[in-house]
Design a protein around this ligand. Structure first.
Ligand code: AKB
Length: 320
């Protein structure tokens, strides 16, 4: 039986991952860790919740001992665009928080999943068909902390045998919890704007291709990797995973198929554009496919249908 702690359970990924983990492993076996924002609704009612600050190792250790945790999903992070305005905070949470999780995991025999990102690439990375193992010299604090996190996690595996695993997530698109402060957030915001106002001003320029993934696939990737046979893993921290690649023109055209009056214009944000230009256009995720059977379920067409349906229903009920 698994006993799981999700650090960052109210965030974009955490809020959906925690509920899926509860479905699979039993509600009382999955602890929702939160910092300043308390979980609400189903997340609060369906299982245990504990205040956890990733930068406080004692708080993590106390919860791990109290619930006999054997697996930590460490999702605490500051996203790329906000990280550029608060680099010290981004480092403290990204690396300070990870170091705390790894130490607690070493002392208590836990496995640790920590997301890396397409943000780990940059500074000479080949941007098309970006290989699993390649140049990684990112120039954002987010990217620097992701590369350092990958190395630290591999170090804890090799040096201490801590079962660390990770994926390099692309932009993640969801209709439950909004992302905050990422470069790829536009690909979520465009759906809300299309439903609510029929117009969207895009902060990235036409022709900016980035990898993306629908949330159900992002949740599946994390759980499948943590369930994977360790003997088959040649890599650990971290695996390229992707589901689709598009630019603003392509997602806009897909939305127009459903909402023909939808209109998009551009007001490029230089910080986000510079970050996006340094990230892959499309990653090669063959290693994930071969080593643990990664395969996405959703593509741009099916995701767009679902996003517009769910957001449209929320809008009709006055919830957004
Ligand atoms: C961001 O844009 O910062 C994130 C990411 C791709 O890691 N969504």
């Amino acid at each position: 039986m698994k006993n799981i702690l999700v650090i960052g359970s109210v965030g974009q990924i955490g809020s959906e991952l925690t509920l899926e983990l509860r479905k699979r492993y039993g509600s009382s076996n999955v602890v929702a860790g939160f910092r300043s924002t308390k979980p609400t609704g189903e997340l609060l009612e369906s299982g245990p919740a504990e205040m956890i600050d990733a930068t406080d190792a004692k708080l993590i250790a106390d919860v791990v001992k109290k619930y006999k945790i054997d697996t930590i999903y460490n999702l605490a992070a500051i996203l790329s665009a906000v990280g550029e305005s608060k680099p010290q905070v981004a480092w403290n949470i990204g690396i300070g928080g990870l170091m705390n999780c790894l130490e607690v995991a070493r002392e208590n025999g836990c496995a640790v999943f920590t997301p890396s990102s397409i943000g780990a690439f940059g500074g000479g990375t080949p941007l098309d068909n970006t290989p699993q193992d390649t140049i990684m010299r990112p120039q954002t604090m987010y990217g620097v902390s992701k590369v350092a996190g990958e190395l630290l996690s591999d170090y804890y595996y090799k040096r201490f045998g801590v079962d660390t695993r990770s994926v390099r997530y692309p932009g993640i698109i969801s209709n439950v919890t909004l992302p905050g402060g990422g470069t790829t957030d536009y690909a979520v915001e465009i759906y809300y704007a299309a439903v609510k106002t029929g117009r969207f001003t895009c902060p990235l320029s036409a022709g900016t291709f980035l990898d993306m993934m629908y949330m159900p696939d992002a949740v599946k990737a994390a759980i499948d990797l943590m369930e994977a046979d360790p003997d088959k893993l040649k890599h650990r921290n971290s695996f390229n995973v992707t589901a689709m690649s598009f630019d603003p023109e392509i997602i806009s055209a897909e939305i127009k198929k459903h909402l023909p009056n939808f209109e998009m214009d551009y007001d490029v944000e230089p910080v986000k554009q510079a970050i996006a230009d340094s990230w892959p256009n499309k990653m090669d995720d063959t290693a994930a496919r071969q080593e643990w059977g990664w395969e996405p379920t959703w593509n741009l067409e099916t995701m767009t249908q679902d996003m517009l349906k769910v957001i449209g229903e929320k809008h009709a009920k006055g919830l957004i």
